[in-house]
Design a protein around this ligand. Structure first.
Ligand code: PHE
Length: 342
């Protein structure tokens, strides 16, 4: 019994010093074999244990069993530590820089989308129905039906992208939608169309060959200029969230309206002149007027019975004013740094 006890003690010491010196998995496997294999040190101790009297067995059994368990757990723990150490070493030699991972880039709506959504909401609350027309348009809708015959000098007012198909073009204004709407719907009607228009122009900070326009058309009985002015004023006040804004009207010429006017708005950005209004305190907004009888006739509407007003403005220009965008080309540059600002 004393011999067993001292053997147990020395085996324990051998094990713990052997375990401490181990640094590879191969060494650990060898250690495991030395202690736990069939003829290993533990098996030898077990033989000795079996030879003890039942009384002695009882006095040493607990300690012996605990040691056997201890060996198993210690070897398993060492194995895990050795398996993990290459990973830990790698992390320590190349620490992870958590600041290097920025959060996922966030999307945002394009300023044109934001403006279109807002404007559409305003138009709908004012009673307009949203209308649409094709961007690749027929000459008749873009010009003839709008009282601009082929020989009319007004065709030169808008440099046109003609396409190889005869009598087809990229629409130069959203006024073409007026005719389409009147063909689809009998008066009274109030429609608005927002969309892209194209003009064959050299581009610079203020001009692009494609931009957004917003068109309005109201046909009813006894429509007058007063209806037009009130509508435009309300629309602009809502758009700029400022109901003190005023409009002024200058006579102008568009073949599809008579009389034709241009409407200016008091500068929404200053009260005494700023770079945006070129220190004039007024900003030119839109062309407008009472629908020309020839236009009504082209859409089979009797001008004796019905009258109407129409207006059209460059939405892209308003977006640039509203967001302080100094170059129209930014809008379609697909530059993330630009788009992230909205
Ligand atoms: N279509 C005109 C333009 O593009 C604007 C306009 C629309 C003028 C409706 C009068 C009436 O310049």
């Amino acid at each position: 019994m004393e011999r067993f006890k001292s053997n147990l003690l020395s085996t324990k010491k051998t094990f713990s010093s052997a375990l401490a010196s181990i640094s590879t998995l191969q060494e650990l496997t060898a250690l495991e074999a030395t202690f736990l294999e069939k003829n290993g040190l533990i098996a030898q101790l077990l033989q000795e244990f079996k030879a003890l009297s039942p009384e002695n067995k009882r006095s040493c059994g607990t300690e012996f069993n605990a040691f056997r368990e201890e060996i198993r757990t210690a070897i398993d723990a060492k194995k895990n530590a050795l398996l993990l150490s290459p990973v830990n070493n790698r992390i320590q030699s190349r620490p992870i820089d958590v600041t290097a991972y920025k959060s996922e880039p966030k999307g945002s709506l394009h300023p044109e989308t934001l403006a279109i959504q807002e404007l559409e909401n305003i138009l709908i609350t004012m009673g307009f129905q949203l209308a649409e027309g094709p961007e690749l348009e027929q000459e008749w809708y873009n010009f003839d039906a709008l009282n601009i015959p082929a020989t009319h000098p007004a065709r030169d007012m808008q440099d046109t992208f003609w396409v190889p198909q005869p009598h087809h073009l990229l629409r130069t204004h959203t006024s073409s939608v007026q005719i389409r709407a009147m063909q689809q719907q009998r008066p009274p009607l109030a429609i608005s169309a927002i969309g892209r228009v194209y003009r064959c122009e050299a581009t610079d900070a203020c001009h692009d060959y494609m931009f957004l326009q917003c068109e309005g058309l109201v046909i009813d009985k006894n429509i007058s200029l007063a209806n037009l002015f009130a509508t435009i004023k309300t629309l602009l006040q809502k758009l700029f969230h400022n109901n003190t804004l005023q409009i002024r009207v200058r006579p102008s010429y568009f073949p599809f309206v008579e009389p034709g006017v241009e409407i200016d708005l008091t500068c929404p950005f200053c009260s005494s002149g700023c770079p945006t209004c070129k220190r004039s305190r007024w900003i030119e907004i839109c062309g407008a007027g009472l629908v020309h009888p020839n236009v009504l006739r082209a859409a089979n509407i009797n001008p004796q019975e019905w009258s109407g007003f129409a207006f059209g403005f460059g939405l892209t220009r308003l977006i640039m004013l509203k967001y302080g965008i100094d170059d129209i080309r930014h809008l379609h540059s697909a530059k993330i740094e630009f788009l992230q600002q909205f």
